[in-house]
Design a protein around this ligand. Structure first.
Ligand code: AMP
Ligand code: MG
Length: 409
């Protein structure tokens, strides 16, 4: 099968992406999920005029002459606590005690804070030591949000702000998109799990830990995760059990030109339809994409940097789209050091983006090898450049995917 470009590969994949069905989920469980419907204000906010301070509700006009030395005296009519109501009206020369959040009584148009009065111990004539303006310390109905206003648009990931606003308006459940279900597997006779002593020529399986972490971060659910030997039989029996039962299958390793790279063969043998196998990119060129039984199947290469970049560039945006999100946009930054382009391949490289005088500056990692995963400890982006004959020189613009969990340097 012919080598295809990164853009063609992305377009081919997008054709098979469907947004997951939505479901109603209790508010306490929606963290990180994506809204399928807009969340609308069911009432104005604040819902009723109330006080922003502990103090006395009164008519502002009555305080015009008040001062520290010559307080105004007002007749006390009662108390309104937060959650309480009043059956009295505040007339000229009158006031009432009122606690933060309590509804304003009829007739009053301002609140003087308790510190500017003779205090809550006063039982009859309350002394007011300060002038207050009409509306002072009053939170008016609808001043923040009006009834019917769309608070949260569909396609928004729910975090503390959104969850708090949904609770403020009484939503106990939220309609959110389903989470993509992902099956992960790695293949390699050399792989063992962290925690077990290494034998000669063995290495630890790190890729599945990375894939699991990325799946969680993007909001997908890992339903199965397995490390398999480079054997046609074990690959076949595993894959027969998972294709068609999840939205995505993502594998690491065994998909290149090696003698024991059986992943593609087995995919084809069990009836997976191949859409492409090799992409004109470095790293991560040997990269399989197919579909079967409604499952999108990604065979990613085993080198840790290659599989990480392929996951971020291809699998991550698919998970975003399936969860109802718009895929994150890339940024353009100015190179600080040169970027090694490839003559016929799209070049991805881990890199660092920092803000300098309000502008984004980029430098690729010096650890260029696709096996050098420790580059991820200091980088916060994936930089990329289309094929080209020479290096991109410092000062040139470069496109970058910011890694959302890293932040800017
Ligand atoms: P492969 O794509 O199977 O040819 O593997 C390419 C390189 O990636 C080899 O050096 C493998 O040992 C390494 N590799 C494969 N799978 C993993 C994994 N799960 N974790 C870490 N390294 C891996
Ligand atoms: Mg291998």
């Amino acid at each position: 099968m012919a080598l295809i470009s990164v853009q063609e590969a992305q377009a081919k994949i997008r054709r098979f992406v469907q947004v997951a069905e939505s479901e109603k989920v209790p508010l306490s469980e929606v963290s990180g999920r994506v809204t399928a419907n807009g969340i609308v204000a069911t009432f104005p906010q604040p819902r009723f005029n109330n006080t922003a301070m502990d103090g006395f509700a009164l008519r502002a006009a009555d305080t015009m002459e008040a001062s520290q030395n010559f307080p105004v005296r007002l007749a006390l009519k009662g108390t309104i606590s937060a959650g309480g109501t009043s059956d009295f009206e505040i007339g000229h020369g009158e006031c009432c005690q009122i606690m933060t959040g309590a509804p304003m009584p009829a007739g009053a148009d301002a609140v003087v804070k308790v510190e500017d009065t003779s205090g809550f111990e006063t039982t009859e004539n309350v002394e007011i030591f300060a002038v207050v303006e009409e509306g002072q310390n009053v939170r008016y109905s609808g001043e923040e949000i009006s009834k019917g206003q769309i608070l949260i648009e569909p396609g928004k990931r729910l975090g503390a702000g959104e969850i708090g606003v949904a609770a403020t308006f009484g939503y106990d459940r939220v309609e959110v998109y389903g989470q993509p279900r992902v099956v992960l597997f790695a293949t390699g006779d050399e792989l063992i799990e962290p925690g077990i002593s290494l034998g000669d020529a063995q290495i630890y399986n790190s890729n599945l830990y990375v894939f699991s972490e990325l799946s969680d971060r993007v909001g997908a659910e890992v339903s199965e995760r397995e490390v398999l030997k480079d054997s046609r039989e074990s690959l076949k029996s595993f894959l027969k059990g998972v294709i068609g039962k999840s939205d995505l299958v993502v594998s690491s390793g065994g998909v290149s030109m090696g003698k024991h790279d059986y992943v593609r063969d087995v995919f084809l043998e069990i009836g997976v339809e191949e859409h492409f196998w090799r992409v004109a990119q470095k790293p991560g060129g040997p990269f399989f994409f197919g579909t079967g039984g409604g499952t999108l199947i990604f065979g990613l290469p085993g080198n840790p940097v290659s599989s990480f970049i392929c996951f971020m560039e291809y699998v991550w945006p698919v998970c975003e789209l399936m969860s109802g999100l718009k895929p994150a946009e890339k940024v353009t930054a100015t190179l600080e050091t040169s970027f090694p382009r490839e003559p016929v391949k799209h070049r991805f490289l881990p890199g660092t983006i920092r803000v300098d005088d309000g502008r984004l500056k980029a430098s690729p990692t010096e650890k260029l090898g696709s096996h050098m995963f420790s580059s991820s400890l200091v980088t916060n982006a994936i930089l990329e450049a289309a094929p080209g004959k020479s290096f991109l020189e410092p000062g040139a613009p470069v496109s970058a995917r910011l890694l959302p969990w890293c932040g800017l340097k």
